[in-house]
Design a binder for this molecule. Structure first.
Ligand code: HEC
Ligand code: HEC
Ligand code: HEC
Ligand code: HEC
Ligand code: HEC
Length: 297
């Protein structure tokens, strides 16, 4: 697991298995210092909130108990919850939920990070970044520590991770906001209803060394908004499932207008918003009857 999490840490699926949720960057959000007067340890260089971990983690299972590379199963093969849980109760698992993925009901929280603002700055204006030193980039963190202390003006430079050469300027980033409780529902291409994660929601800026804004908060490429929601399977499984209301009465989250449909055109094949029929099912008389039965049984 420690090998897998070297890469699978941070915003996507991986460290959530251990209950870790990456902080917002501003200093105000950083973990409070411990009673010894230090910041708590930062695994993978990231400041994490400690939320509830996955039931399988609590039971001592690791990634490769489910993701295997054997004669029968390859790394890239999908894992099926039912390969181990082939006897789940009919009482809690009705036929009308066949299309709802197990993790959609059983994940206790999920990481949603909205709008990643990225700025390349070729000027040595480091002071304004003082509060945002810790932004999941150890090179930048060390660099800022050094230049903020220095009396000389040091011109910003950073390695390009593809060419491995030092290039002018520093890349800074910051999320608009992060949430763990809100969910969007989405149809995955495998026919399952999953939780949607905001992805690739970039806003790009570039300031050159004479402080000209070459790119100023660019959010579109060829008139298409760079903004996507993709299906995902949070690794935060718990025995308790979401309440009926979290999906069926969730008008704000399920309003189609909130899922920007244009972003699904062509490029993103992995997910599509709810159809009218699906939305109707969420509020159908059948649903209401079933709900009432539970309330008054
Ligand atoms: C060196 C970095 C690295 C390590 C170590 C690593 N992964 Fe990955 N893994 C990736 C990247 C990058 C992707 C995304 C590939 C893509 O999107 O095509 C990925 C994708 C995946 C996927 C999704 C595959 C899919 O088809 O969507 C699974 C599952 C996965 N990794 C599991 C693991 C497990 C389990 C381990 C430990 C045994 C592990 N990974 C170790 C980098 C890594
Ligand atoms: C209890 C079983 C189980 C364990 C343990 C588990 N996974 Fe998964 N994982 C799944 C299932 C189920 C899926 C969704 C189906 C699929 O993509 O295979 C999945 C999907 C993924 C994906 C693709 C995510 C996506 O939504 O596209 C990644 C990456 C991944 N797992 C990494 C890991 C890592 C890293 C660990 C260990 C920290 C881990 N998994 C532990 C069951 C498990
Ligand atoms: C490799 C086998 C395996 C896979 C795959 C797997 N689980 Fe489990 N799961 C277990 C084991 C083992 C336990 C612990 C059972 C116990 O201690 O009673 C468990 C426990 C659970 C529990 C708690 C049950 C209880 O009664 O307390 C839930 C809920 C659960 N799993 C859901 C899932 C979901 C959802 C998936 C797919 C994302 C999944 N599991 C995939 C093996 C697996
Ligand atoms: C519509 C929501 C929903 C979906 C989808 C769902 N579950 Fe459940 N599940 C529940 C509820 C509700 C419970 C009862 C929770 C409690 O006891 O607090 C439950 C309980 C469980 C339990 C505990 C014992 C039992 O059988 O009742 C396991 C294991 C489990 N689910 C696994 C799964 C797996 C595997 C899937 C996917 C095939 C799945 N669940 C899909 C809602 C769901
Ligand atoms: C994780 C989200 C989620 C939760 C939690 C959930 N549902 Fe659903 N439910 C759905 C979705 C999505 C559909 C539509 C499925 C489809 O189109 O196949 C649905 C469909 C239904 C239907 C069928 C409606 C029809 O007219 O065909 C009933 C009844 C229902 N749910 C009852 C419940 C009850 C009762 C609970 C709580 C015990 C519950 N659901 C919890 C997501 C959820």
């Amino acid at each position: 697991m420690s090998k897998c999490l070297k890469c699978h840490n941070n915003e996507y699926i991986g460290t959530d298995y251990k209950g870790l949720f990456p902080h917002d960057y501003d200093k105000a959000y950083r973990s409070p210092i411990t009673k010894e007067g230090y910041y708590p340890p930062r695994p993978y260089g990231i400041d994490f909130h400690h939320l509830s971990s996955d039931i399988h983690f609590k039971k001592g299972m690791t990634c490769i108990d489910c993701h295997k590379n054997t004669k029968k199963q390859k790394w890239e093969d999908k894992v099926d919850c039912k390969s181990c849980h082939n006897n789940i109760s009919k009482e809690n698992h009705k036929n009308y939920h066949k299309k709802v993925d197990c993790s959609t009901c059983h994940s206790s929280w999920s990481i949603s990070s909205y709008e990643l603002n990225v700025l390349r700055d070729d000027t040595p204006n480091y002071k304004q970044w003082k509060r945002l030193k810790v932004q999941d980039d150890l090179y930048l963190e060390k660099y800022l520590k050094k230049v903020l202390k220095s009396k000389k003006t040091i011109q910003p430079e950073m390695p390009d991770n593809i060419t491995n050469k030092l290039e002018n300027g520093l890349w800074y980033s910051g999320w608009l906001f992060k949430r763990w409780e809100n969910i969007f529902l989405i149809n995955d291409e495998d026919g399952k209803i999953k939780i949607a994660k905001p992805m690739y929601q970039y806003r790009i800026s570039y300031k050159d060394k004479d402080s000209n804004m070459i790119l100023d908060d660019v959010t579109h490429i060829k008139n298409e908004k760079i903004e996507v929601f993709l299906p995902k399977t949070p690794h935060t499984i718990s025995k308790e499932a979401k309440s009926c209301e979290m999906c069926h009465e969730n008008k704000i989250m399920l309003d189609e207008k909130l899922i920007n449909k244009d972003i699904f055109k062509g490029k993103i094949k992995k997910g599509y918003p709810f159809s009218k029929e699906q939305l109707e099912k969420l509020q159908s008389p059948f649903y209401k009857k079933e709900r009432a039965k539970l309330l008054f049984q």
